[in-house]
Design a binder for this molecule. Sequence first.
Ligand code: FMN
Length: 211
Amino acid sequence: MHYDVTAANHGLRYDPFKAIVSPRPIGWITALDGQGRVNCSPYSFFNAISDKPHMVAFAGGGMKDARAFVEETGEFTCSFVSWDLRDAMNATSAPLARGESELDFAGLEAAPSHYVKAPRVKAAPAALECKWLQTVPLTSLEGVTNYFLVIGQVVGIYINDDFIADGIVDTGRMHPIMRGGYDQYFQVGSEQMFKMTRPPGGGNFDERRKA
Ligand SMILES: Cc1cc2nc3c(=O)[nH]c(=O)nc-3n(C[C@H](O)[C@H](O)[C@H](O)COP(=O)(O)O)c2cc1C
């Protein structure tokens, strides 16, 4: 099939967009508001967007609490979701009243960050501590949308030492879960990992390590 998105004539049961741009990493965003109240919620419109410096971004519709809290205090953390945390992560997406802690609601413990005031999810295998850079209102071919891209710079990184071996991070052993379309998720493990060498001059791992 091949269809015109503007005519929305795919004829499928649901919009397939998120099943195609998939699987997506999940940024589990934790932020404090000015009163020190905590908010924690998952975002799969989330990714790393630069590595010099390290920058990440997440997008949400309207003024969700994550965006509101980040803009209020200028900081946030992104924890990463391992297989064993899947139900707790899902619970934190509940539409709680602003200021009500999703961490408490999901039975999760917070751990203090080192470089920002916003805590991270203690049980997560890794987390990024971020300072807010800007929020970009997303405009489309049709004009303004109700979506906003929140961009942050990573100023600190937590990695559970259990997942570091031989000087590298063993992502597969963290068993990250990733978002598919509909109600689908994917679990990634070491079995799915494979290696490829980039063309010469293309930034090969060993060449970069020397740099
Ligand atoms: C795995 C997962 C990924 C999600 N990704 C997004 C997203 O990228 N953008 C968004 O607006 N909502 C997303 N949601 C829904 C939000 O988590 C949900 O609306 C949440 O209540 C927002 O919380 P907040 O108001 O505390 O920020 C996602 C939910 C789940 C379970």
